[in-house]
Ligand binder design. Structure first.
Ligand SMILES: [Zn+2]
Length: 151
């Protein structure tokens, strides 16, 4: 009796295990495509001048406060930059209204906002900020390519 019970419980376990692995795989790929669509949507909003809406969605997505955004870099800045981020004021500043529609610049600066929210002393490296921004731009490009059938 004891032996029979052991065997049958063993047999019962196997299909359950396989099933849970399968559903995990499906859920994972669905989450990844949702993430890609989210990223593509953010880039689209910025390109269409809806930068504040994009920043509000990003802040919600990553669970941080919405950064402020201003046009016109602080006077007296020696280095010419398209954008900068002030952790003290939690403000992204961009050079002009055209730069406000540059997804790469906005997302690069948002990365600094995200990073300093996690750890006030570290803005994160420029490379990571670039990688973060490129992830969004690539998601947008691959979505557009799919739409027009280039992929
Ligand atoms: Zn930077």
């Amino acid at each position: 009796m004891t032996d029979k019970f052991t065997v049958s419980s063993d047999e019962n376990l196997r299909p359950v295990d396989t099933q849970s692995i399968c559903s995990f795989t499906v859920r994972r790929s669905r989450e990844q495509s949702l993430e890609q669509r989210f990223k593509a949507g953010i880039v689209w909003l910025i390109l269409n001048g809806k930068t504040e809406q994009a920043l509000a969605l990003l802040a919600k997505h990553y669970g941080v406060k919405v950064p402020k955004v201003e046009v016109g870099l602080p006077k007296g800045r020696k280095k010419i930059a398209l954008g900068c981020y002030s952790a003290k004021n939690k403000t992204i500043t961009v050079m002009n209204s055209d730069t406000l529609k540059e997804p790469f610049v906005i997302l690069h600066e948002f990365y600094h906002h995200l990073r300093t929210t996690v750890d006030a002393k570290h803005q994160g490296t420029e490379k990571y900020a670039d990688d973060f921004a490129m992830g969004f731009v690539h998601a947008y490009k691959s979505t557009v390519d799919k739409e027009i059938g280039n992929n």
